[in-house]
Design a protein around this ligand. Structure first.
Ligand code: AP5
Length: 228
């Protein structure tokens, strides 16, 4: 199964992608996580991306397209869920071409819908694990021990782009450059809007309902039906 999860910054893409990937045995490919790993490793790509990420604007398409094409080519046959990519119509067109070259298409696009005011609150309270990438929130999703990752005991950190000014910029960038993807995908394949306000497990259940229906539909090809 090949999926894209769309949504504003802080809509819960990372949180839900982890659940979806675990449920259907898919590879979770987050462009933001890949960029943060490159930055932490001090690579040329990471250094190139840093100034864009820290000011809340998009990293140039050519950098992202090469990076994501490489990651997608390495994905296992069972499929993947893309988180944070594509983020411009140009990126979506390139993704379509890349998949078509391997005789593949996307099976579904899910769009997490959320109000900007909720997003701002979520992002300023977010804490993440620098080692395993687990995501927490100081009020909504607390770790068992404050400031410590449940999975590996690492000290949780706040992302440098989660300050109020950068968050405002990221939202502006989202509305200008990424939101047009909603219409692009609505007119081009299987598309589901998901209400992303509320309990994360309830949101996962809504998503699983849609995806189970897709997997079990008579039209589903064997790629989609394959479920670990
Ligand atoms: P990226 O890392 O992709 O950030 P983003 O899209 O801004 O999304 P976030 O990771 O902030 O939020 P999320 O939707 O994953 O929410 P989460 O689950 O963490 O990109 C960062 C930067 O990299 C970009 O600004 C850009 O510069 C660059 N970049 C990346 N991809 C690019 C591309 N394709 N092209 C160009 N540039 C690119 O949840 C947020 C918080 O809310 C957490 O604390 C979580 O615990 C909490 N939460 C989640 N769900 C709920 C819920 N239902 N109720 C209450 N709290 C919740």
């Amino acid at each position: 199964m090949r999926l894209v999860l769309l949504g504003a910054p802080g809509a819960g893409k990372g949180t839900q992608c982890k659940h979806i990937a675990a449920q259907y045995g898919l590879l979770h490919l987050s462009s933001g996580d890949i960029l943060r790993k490159e930055r932490a490793a001090g690579t040329k790509l990471g250094k190139k991306a840093q100034q864009f990420m820290d000011s809340g604007v998009l990293v140039p398409d050519e950098v992202i397209l090469e990076m994501m094409a490489e990651a997608i080519k390495k994905a296992p046959a069972v499929g993947f869920i893309l988180d944070g990519f594509p983020r411009t119509v140009n990126q979506a067109v390139h993704l379509d071409k890349l998949l078509a070259a391997g005789d593949r298409t996307l099976d579904a696009v899910l769009n997490l819908k959320i109000d900007d005011r909720i997003v701002a609150k979520r992002m300023t309270g977010r804490r993440s694990c620098p080692q395993c990438g687990a995501v927490y929130h100081i009020e909504n999703l607390r770790p068992k021990v404050e400031g410590v990752c449940d999975n590996d005991g690492a000290a949780l950190v706040q992302r440098p782009d989660d300050g109020p000014e950068v968050v405002a910029n990221r939202l502006k960038t989202y509305h200008q450059q990424t939101e047009p993807l909603v219409d692009y995908y609505k007119n081009n394949g299987t598309f589901f809007d998901i209400d992303a306000d509320g309990d994360p497990d309830r949101i996962s259940s809504l998503i699983f309902e849609k995806l189970d229906a897709l997997v079990n539909s008579p039209e589903a090809n064997k790629d989609v039906k394959r479920k670990l």
